[in-house]
Design a protein around this ligand. Structure first.
Ligand code: TXA
Ligand code: MG
Length: 354
């Protein structure tokens, strides 16, 4: 596998990197590319064979549809049947950027890309390398996160290599991702706009723009057995490191007492900045308690780092769910397979939120 370095140097070197990636995409090959959210595993969204290769390489269930990435607004008309007023408003405010909209699909988009759904997910990324590659390819680009299915999404080229080495021809290295969690997904295909996956574009911002926005129950909860998922990706185990993740609710002091008393080796803590003092276990800080942007950027990096360290278990301070915190919380509850410890009461109560 080749790493195509996107140099910080001259324009000529940059355009050579972009051309190399675009050439591979036009030839039906897969290329891992940087975006402002996470790295994506890109292919021609119009080519069913290329798209099927994405599913095979990731080990992704084929009922889980892909996001189609475009470089500019005129391209939207080529992938969707109609653009409602709500989509125009969101595009104007948040594109290019970390927002995906679900809209009625144009028949040009093959079943392989949308998993046979009548809708298609569309996003216009803001990362300059992603935009340049999409534009140079002249194609709508299907790209799920570039991890193997179930693992945390890659936020660096090195993490892409770890998952995809020998399986795809190239990774374009555009540095570490700005946001570190996947885009916000909103469906505009129903009566009322509905948030399916929280991201760096917040629920509060969506409501400012559109008025009423529903929140899919899968955003903060677990789907019951047999319950249909509005966003098929929500039903799968996700973002999971090998280490067992547990979310702990309660004060910093209660957390410290609880974690310090846990027996055994290989136990790590993930805490907010400045909370490490007095912890008897090795710990990582993942941003200040109110700094959800830093938490989001650190999250997948740390989950992967814990695996590198051979961590057996990690206990995590639970973030608040306002703003980008909802995205951090949404990824963590899946990484933790919904396992919580509540330290609310005087004695401390252990609980699984199932
Ligand atoms: O930030 C991102 O969105 C990244 C970068 C690479 O752009 N991509 C990404 O793709 O996260 P992926 O495939 O890992 O997540 C796409 C999510 C899944 O949960 C999928 O089920 C949902 O979007 N989705 C895609 N098409 C859909 C549709 N037509 N209806 C409902 N949900 C859909
Ligand atoms: Mg993914």
């Amino acid at each position: 596998m080749e790493t195509i370095l996107y140099p910080t140097g001259t324009g000529a070197e940059r355009s050579a990197a972009v051309r190399a990636a675009a050439r591979l995409l036009r030839a039906g090959e897969l290329v891992a590319i940087p975006t402002e959210t996470v790295y994506g595993l890109a292919a021609n969204a119009l080519d069913p064979a290329a798209v099927e290769t994405i599913f095979r390489v990731k080990g992704r269930p084929n009922d889980n549809p892909l996001i189609v990435h475009i470089a500019d607004l005129p391209a939207l008309d080529d992938v969707v049947r109609e653009v409602p007023e709500s989509a125009r408003k969101l595009a104007e405010r948040f594109w290019p950027g970390p927002l995906t909209m679900i809209l009625p699909r144009d028949p040009r988009i093959p079943d392989a890309t949308t998993a046979g759904l009548d809708t298609v997910a569309v996003r216009m990324p803001s990362h300059p390398v992603a935009r340049a590659i999409i534009r140079a390819s002249g194609l709508p680009i299907a790209a799920p996160s570039a991890n193997l299915s179930g693992l945390p999404s890659p936020t660096t080229a090195a993490h892409c290599m770890r998952d995809l080495s020998g399986k795809v021809p190239a990774v374009v290295d555009g540095g570490a991702c700005e946001f570190g969690v996947e885009s916000t997904v909103i469906t505009l295909a129903g009566e009322t706009p509905r948030l399916l996956r929280p991201g760096a574009v917040t629920l509060e911002q969506l409501r400012e723009t559109l008025g009423e926005v529903e929140v899919d129950p899968a955003v903060t909860g677990r789907l019951a057995e047999g319950q249909a998922a509005a966003s098929p990706g929500m039903k799968y185990k996700h973002y999971s490191p090998k280490a067992e993740v547990t979310l702990v609710r309660g004060s910093a002091a209660a957390f410290r007492a609880y974690v310090n008393a846990l027996p055994g080796e290989g136990i790590y803590a993930m805490v907010f900045s400045g909370e490490g003092e007095g912890l008897a276990k090795p710990f990582f800080e993942y941003g200040a308690e109110g700094d959800h942007l830093t938490q989001a950027r650190e999250l997948f990096l740390l989950l992967r780092q814990l695996d590198d360290l051979g961590a057996r278990a990690v206990y995590v301070r639970t973030p608040a769910t306002d703003g980008v915190g909802l995205a951090v919380y949404n990824r963590l509850i899946r990484a933790a397979a919904f396992h919580f410890v509540e330290l609310g009461g005087p004695a401390g109560r252990e609980d699984t939120n199932e």
